[in-house]
Design a protein around this ligand. Structure first.
Ligand SMILES: *[C@@H]1O[C@H](CO)[C@@H](O)[C@H](O)[C@H]1NC(C)=O
Length: 280
C-alpha cells in the first residue's frame, strides 16, 4: 500500500515545485514601501485590502525603532500609541507585537497572536533591530507561515529592507554603510527571495547604492524604492504604486558603456522578476 501513496505524493510535489514562484510567496502578498509619506497614493489602502479588509486581524511590529535606549535600558513601546494610526485608518482588530529578546520571540506564548493573523506590518527604523529580535525564532517561522496560508506582509523603509533576502544597510554603526561586515546582520527575512531591497533612494540619493551589492551577489535582484512608492508583490510579479521611481538592478541585461546597470519603473508598471520583463 505504501508505494502508490509515495508515488502519488512525489507527483504532487514535482508539479507544485515547477509552478512555485522563485521570488515571492506562492500564496502570500507583499507590500514594500520605500519610506516617506505614502498618503494620497492608495498604497496603505491597498495593503489593508490585500490583508482582507478592516475587519481582519493585523499585527504591527514597531521593533525597527529600537530595542534599547541610548543608556542601555530596554525600550518600552506603548501599544495604544503604536496601533493608533491603524485604528484611524479604520482597522478593527490591531495588535502590537514586540520584544527585544529572541528567547521571548521563540516562545509559544509570544507567537500565539500570529497564528490566526491575516496581515503583518513592519514599521521603519533600523532593520537590524528586527533581525536581533526575531531571526531564527518561532516568530520568524510564523511570519513565513502567514505568507504560506495566503496572508499579507507590508512594511516601509527598514520594514521594506527586512523583506529582502540580503539585508541592505544592516550595519549597527550607521545606515550609510550599505554592506555590513557584521556576520549576523547580512540576512534579511527573505519574504521576497533572491532580492536586496533599498529605500529612500530619491531623497537620499541612493540610486547607485545597490550596484556593489549585485556585483558581490550576482544571483540577487536589486530593488531600490523611492519614498511614497511601493511594489505590490504576488508570486514572481510586482506592480509599482506611488509617487516616484523604482530602480531595478538587473544584471541579466546588457548595458551600454557609461550606462548605469539598472533601469527605472514607474507607477502602474507591472514586472516579472523571473523573466526580468515588464508585463503589458
Ligand atoms: C499609552 O499611551 C496612551 C495614549 O497616549 C496613554 O493614555 C497611556 O497612559 C499610555 N500608557 C502607558 C503605560 O504609558
Amino acid at each position: 500500500m505504501r508505494i502508490p501513496v509515495l508515488f502519488g505524493l512525489s507527483l504532487l510535489f514535482s508539479t507544485t515545485l515547477a509552478d512555485d514562484p522563485e521570488y515571492g510567496s506562492a500564496r502570500g502578498k507583499l507590500v514594500i514601501i520605500g519610506g516617506g509619506n505614502a498618503g494620497g497614493t492608495g498604497i496603505m489602502e491597498k495593503f489593508i485590502s490585500l490583508g482582507g479588509g478592516p475587519s481582519k486581524k493585523f499585527i504591527i511590529v514597531p521593533t525597527a525603532n529600537g530595542n534599547r535606549a541610548a543608556d542601555g535600558s530596554v525600550q518600552v513601546y506603548n501599544s495604544s500609541q503604536v496601533i493608533a494610526p491603524w485604528l484611524r485608518m479604520g482597522l478593527k482588530k490591531v495588535h502590537m507585537l514586540h520584544t527585544h529578546n529572541p528567547k521571548i520571540a521563540d516562545t509559544e506564548d509570544f507567537v500565539k497572536d500570529l497564528r490566526d493573523a491575516d496581515a503583518i506590518w513592519f514599521d521603519g527604523g533600523r532593520q537590524w533591530h528586527i533581525v536581533d529580535s526575531y531571526a531564527g525564532t518561532r516568530t520568524y517561522s510564523e511570519f513565513h507561515k502567514l505568507l504560506d496560508r495566503g496572508g499579507t506582509i507590508g512594511g516601509s523603509s527598514a520594514g521594506a529592507t527586512i523583506q529582502g533576502e540580503y539585508l541592505v544597510r544592516g550595519d549597527t554603526a550607521g545606515a550609510q554603510i550599505v554592506m555590513t561586515k557584521e556576520a549576523n546582520h547580512q540576512k534579511g527575512f527573505a519574504f521576497l527571495r533572491r532580492s536586496a531591497i533599498d529605500q529612500h533612494i530619491n531623497t537620499r540619493n541612493r540610486w547607485d547604492d545597490l550596484i556593489p551589492v549585485i556585483a558581490k551577489y550576482p544571483n540577487l535582484l536589486g530593488i531600490g524604492l523611492s519614498e511614497g512608492t511601493a511594489i505590490i508583490v504576488e508570486g514572481d510579479n510586482f506592480q509599482v504604486m506611488g509617487k516616484a521611481k523604482v530602480a531595478v538592478h538587473d544584471n541579466t541585461r546588457k548595458y551600454q558603456a557609461g550606462e548605469k546597470p539598472y533601469y527605472l519603473l514607474s507607477a502602474g508598471d507591472r514586472y516579472n522578476m523571473k523573466t526580468r520583463r515588464k508585463l503589458q
